[in-house]
Structure formats: structure tokens, C-alpha cells
Design a protein around this ligand. Sequence first.
Ligand SMILES: [Zn+2]
Length: 152
Amino acid sequence: MSGRPLRLGPGVAEAIRAHGAEAFPHECCGGLVGREGLVLATVPLPNTTEEGPRRRFLVRPSDYRVAERRAGDLEGDLLGFYHSHPDHPARPSQYDLDHAWPTFAYVIVSVMAGAPADMTVWFLKDDRSNFEEGELHGDTNSDSYSAAAVHR
Ligand SMILES: [Zn+2]
């Protein structure tokens, strides 16, 4: 595999999984803040929309501003967004494709029966026709990243 890499700093994968489990059976969503392909912090966004909490992935302009402001506070960049797929695989849906922006990383965590499972990262192709899977790298100082994927 030679996808575009995204590295997750200490605690980031755990934070995404925890948010996904907490929001279950609804989708959770948040921003990814960091620098140069390394995510240093997550920005959880409220999980209610006009369409109902199950369909959370739509990032509204107000969410975007919240995430951008938080990135500024942390002196980092908004690198992308994460969201969960309750009882669905960690692969982007057509809905995700229709609402994605170029350049951002999209992390998806599958939450099966309330337990966080696979986590993947995706980038929109330049022509926006589809996503390309990237390579997700966990916190190398912690074995909880791979352990969590197997045991939780
Ligand atoms: Zn999705």
C-alpha cells in the first residue's frame, strides 16, 4: 500500500474511538488539528443536525469555523475531519463523497455494536470522482493503537 500518510499523535486514535463509542448508535464527527501530516488534537463537534443525529457527517460552515478557530488556538492547521460509521464498515459512503472537500484527510472509524473497530483514512481525488485510501499511522509510542483495533 502506498497511500498518502496521516500520522496520529499520542491519544488521538483513542479520542476518536471514544467519541465514536459515546455517540453510538449515532455518528460522531470532529476536526483533526495538527501540522505537516501529524494530527495532534481532535475537535469534537456536536452530533445534532437538522437531518437527525444519525446522519452527522455533514460539516456545516459553523462547524468548520469552530474547528479552524481551535486549530488557530493550538497553532496548528485543520488537517481534516473524522467521523464514525455505526454498524458499518470504515469505508466512505456516497454521502461522504458528495460532501467531502479536497486536500482534507477524512478519518473513518467503524463502531460495531457500540465497540470501536477498524479505522481508516481517505483523501478526495483531485477530480473529486472518488476517495483514495491513505495510510494511517498510529502513535508509535503506544501499543494501544493496534491493540484497541483487535480487542475493543
Ligand atoms: Zn461516512
